[in-house]
Design a protein around this ligand. Structure first.
Ligand SMILES: O=C(O)CCC(=O)C(=O)O
Length: 249
């Protein structure tokens, strides 16, 4: 690519829509094809796009995370509704975006813009996946993993998070393990500025094709990720999920 910026303006040409504003996301046509192939029925359900933002944007997001996050320990194990034992050991900071105290967002303009651009990207995919048309970012969750701590074991995300789940790596390098729907193990190596888009509930109709995934191998002393999700029942607390700005959780 010739220094040209790619993002929703180029991207929506594919669907014939017009998106007026500049995006922080740099996604070229080849990457877009790769995303679509991975998310479709025959695909793994996990699309990894390295270097999706510029080093400047990454630096700003890192700075805002460093400045505004107050980490909370998540440490324990439980058996979920599907009878799967989940083990988790990391630090977290999670916010509802449409309710609760928005002080972090008020002092984090680049994070706010990035969330809007992710929402545009996902809604823009509605010409292929109509269920994404109303996709609205409802929460942001930061995770800080420490090497050797165990991280987050194999799980599916909650079924009330629809469409797609987006995770940006902010700091450190880790292995993102996942299983395809037919049970095959696979992985991608995530590094700062890389985005994982993961199939979530209802993307391809009503089928449950959510990939199981885990973050247990951290190659650097620490790794920080930022995950953005929509929610089909935004007013109800999610069992065992905590938000740091919402008293209902
Ligand atoms: O930190 C990540 O890369 C993914 C986090 C994750 O799997 C989750 O929150 O369910």
């Amino acid at each position: 690519m010739t220094g040209e910026r790619f993002g929703p303006p180029q991207y929506v040409d594919v669907g014939g829509n017009t998106v007026a504003r500049e995006s922080l996301l740099q996604i070229g046509p080849e990457q877009l094809i790769d995303i679509v192939e991975r998310l479709d029925h025959d695909g793994s359900g996990v699309a990894h796009i390295p270097r999706v933002i510029s080093p400047t944007t990454l630096g700003r997001l890192q700075h805002e995370a460093n400045n505004g996050i107050i980490w909370r320990k998540v440490d324990g194990a439980f058996v979920n509704e599907r009878g799967v034992r989940i083990e988790q050991r990391f630090d977290a900071f999670a916010l509802k975006l449409l309710e609760g105290d928005q002080r972090f967002m008020d002092i984090s303009p680049t994070t706010r813009k990035f969330i809007g651009d992710i929402q545009d990207l996902i809604r823009g995919l509605a010409f292929l996946y109509p269920s994404l048309e109303p996709w609205t970012a409802d929460e942001i969750a930061f995770h800080l993993y420490h090497s050797g701590d165990g991280g987050l074991s194999m799980h599916k995300d909650n079924s009330r998070h629809p469409g797609l789940i987006a995770t940006l790596s902010l700091r450190g390098i880790a292995k993102f393990d996942y299983k395809t729907v037919d049970g095959k193990a696979n992985w991608v190596t995530t590094a700062p500025g890389g985005l994982v888009l993961m199939r979530a509930t209802g993307l391809l109709g009503n089928e449950d094709l959510r990939p199981e995934h885990a973050v247990t191998t951290i190659y650097t002393p620490q790794r920080v990720s930022m995950t953005i999700r929509a929610n089909t029942r935004p007013d109800e607390p999610i069992p065992r999920a905590e938000y740091d700005n919402w008293s209902k959780s």
